[in-house]
Ligand binder design. Sequence first.
Ligand code: PLP
Length: 413
Amino acid sequence: MALVNEHFLKLTESYLFADIAKKVKAYQVSHPRQQVISLGIGDVTQPLCPAVIEAMHKAVEEMGSQATFHGYGPERGYDFLREAIVKNDYLPRGIHLDLSEVFVGDGAKSDIGNIQELVRWDNSVGVTDPIYPVYIDSNVMIGRAGVCDKGRWSNVTYFPTTAENGFVPELPKQRVDVIYLCYPNNPTGTVLTKAQLRQWVNYALHNDALIFFDAAYEAFIQDDTIPHSIYEIRGARRCAIEFRSYSKTAGFTGVRCGYTVIPKELTAVTIDGRQRVSLNRLWERRQSTKFNGASYLAQRAASAIYTPEGRKQTRETVQYYIGNARVMRESLSEMGFKVYGGVNAPYLWVQTPGRTPSWRFFAEMLYGAGVVCTPGVGFGPSGEGYVRLTAFGSREDCREAMRRLQRWMQVAG
Ligand SMILES: *Cc1c(COP(=O)(O)O)cnc(C)c1O
């Protein structure tokens, strides 16, 4: 008799974006002529840049000829890509990585979801709140999160990030073994300074904790003093794993490519305290068993981002989204909204007027202005009273959405 993994049954019924889609559909049935503008979902809209397209064409041609065909690739990814990563993403920031510390994958979500396999099921987990749901749900699935009561998991420590603490999470007061950090943050769009991030690295070093650092949005950082990598902090090589993705950086949400850095000196201890085990070695073992690499096409596409044209073209697209964020931030502030983020990230985190519950404000905005946002509470209990707007749309849609919101705010008084 096959018994099901009942931890899956503890997960909430449907995914946040499915709930939103259902509500938008219901609205459209009763308002068939209104064109809804979605500032909700976090997918990009601008096409791949010409340098990437050219590299992909070339790779396709190679695959069609026996002399240049590529089958299974190397376990950690092709050297041409890992070399480009080490040289372009890390060296200029004073970080020296060995090629063997970089693992190319099919995007950050799978690596972030899978990385928890490397630590025992009874470690405690800490997350900033609100948060990208993958961090918690991947732990729920193997029973590490405990039981859920009113949106909070018993074995998860929540570090609230809200306007009250300036979106800077406070260090835990109880033991936390594994900490997930995401900066620039999804959903709040806020960042941590080097000094603020250093506190977390020091906490991890003093408590023998691990940090899983999600840097999916580092390409959006505008302020030169903000760290792009956790390895800019001394000691982080001994306590942190970093995840990066080409999805938002270069529009790879449909191509699928990203990478994970696991430094050689990063270890976790066995329960008897006798042995320290290299997580780089474990991850290599895990990946070679359960994963067969990102496609050759995707890796060639990714390496084109590091060419001079590729860098220029991807930077232009990032600046386009950041320009959207600026337009939205300025308009919303003028309307009287309290707006956070949107400077070093493509997300704006907007406080609802009078702290109206997120889902109610979502409906009011949809029915009042025909604009879709994401209710903040969908990202965790501390997201209540906020909504997230994304800057991934077209400039025209962003401007039109702002016009509609302005009209709506005037009517609503
Ligand atoms: C979009 C996103 C990712 C990237 O996911 P991919 O699987 O690389 O597309 C990772 N982390 C966060 C917080 C994200 O929003």
